[in-house]
Design a protein around this ligand. Structure first.
Ligand code: GUN
Length: 293
């Protein structure tokens, strides 16, 4: 088994971005600028946003974080998005999900200027991705493609099984893996809560991407010998013995599955690190276009 080390891979991508940014900013070009909106006090969202803001600083980006209480109205959020849209010094905008139930996610996503939609959730970017046109690609699936490529994992001809059909991970992942490209060129099966005989399908996977948010759902008997296993899950499970009061668990039972897998991502230190690297890459690309470097 070889570890698909997201932390090391993310570091390689981030160093390259930081070098390129430094080369341009030292000539007087303005810094890349990511603007984020966080609503409420969800612990996991707080952690993700803090990590994004910290990474911006590490790479020489500017960042703006706008926080709202969970009782914020849709109109207030739309105002904030529009202010960011019309600010020419902002390259990328993200609204951290999930949003409170009274806010319509789609209304907010549609309001973001597609040219600044570094999460790649706007229909214009998702549509362009379907067509294989240049676009912002959602950060988690993009990060997974970067991780496979960086480690020289050739996926052509593989049967890829994606567990979970979310708009953020599973659906775009299935599109990217089926593309006529390397990594890509997979035969893709997308499994979800209504899939019958899920274990029979999983055991056929040469490449398994687990993104269903059920801690340790994937057990050794569901995995083919030599499979490449990518674990997107990162659930906080109560743990009184941990000073934080929880332990992070992936969707894959790592100890037993790692004995069968050829490659496997750890949790943490796998996909999460790559998601941030991919978001930074998207923001870097937006800035390169805006500053015409
Ligand atoms: N919540 C979980 N993943 C993501 C992501 O990639 N982007 C945003 N904006 N929110 C998320």
């Amino acid at each position: 088994m070889q570890l698909l080390d997201g932390k090391a891979c993310a570091q390689a991508y981030k160093s390259k971005i930081a070098q390129q940014v430094l080369a341009e900013t030292s000539k007087g070009i303005r810094k890349p600028h990511l603007a984020a909106i966080l609503v409420g006090n969800d612990g996991a969202s707080e952690t993700y946003i803090a990590s994004k803001v910290k990474t911006c600083a590490e790479l020489g980006f500017e960042s703006t974080l706008l926080r709202f209480e969970s009782k914020v109205t849709e109109a207030e959020l739309l105002d904030a998005v529009n202010t960011f849209n019309s600010n020419a010094s902002i390259d990328g905008i993200l609204v951290q999900l999930p949003l409170p139930a009274h806010i319509n996610n789609d209304t907010i996503t549609l309001a973001i200027d597609p040219a600044k939609d570094v999460d790649g959730f706007h229909p214009e970017n998702l549509g362009r991705m379907m067509l294989g046109l240049p676009s912002f690609i959602p950060a988690t699936p993009k990060g997974i493609m970067m991780l496979l490529e960086h480690n020289g994992i050739r996926t052509s001809g593989m049967h890829a099984v994606v567990l979970g059909r979310s708009h953020i991970v599973g659906s775009p992942m299935s599109v990217l893996l089926a593309r006529n490209a390397e990594p890509g060129n997979c035969t893709v099966t997308l499994c979800h809560s209504k899939t019958k005989n899920i274990e029979e399908i999983l055991v056929q996977a040469d490449l398994l991407v687990a993104a269903l948010g059920k801690p340790e759902f994937v057990k050794a008997h569901m995995v083919k010998e030599g499979a490449v296993v990518v674990d997107v899950g990162i659930t906080r499970v109560s743990d009184a013995s941990n000073p934080k009061g929880y332990t992070l668990k992936g969707d894959v039972a790592f100890d037993e599955v790692s004995r069968k897998a050829s490659w496997i991502t750890p949790v943490p230190g796998g996909v999460g690190a790559m998601t941030i690297a991919a978001l930074m890459q998207n923001t870097f690309e937006a800035w390169s276009r805006n500053t015409q470097i």
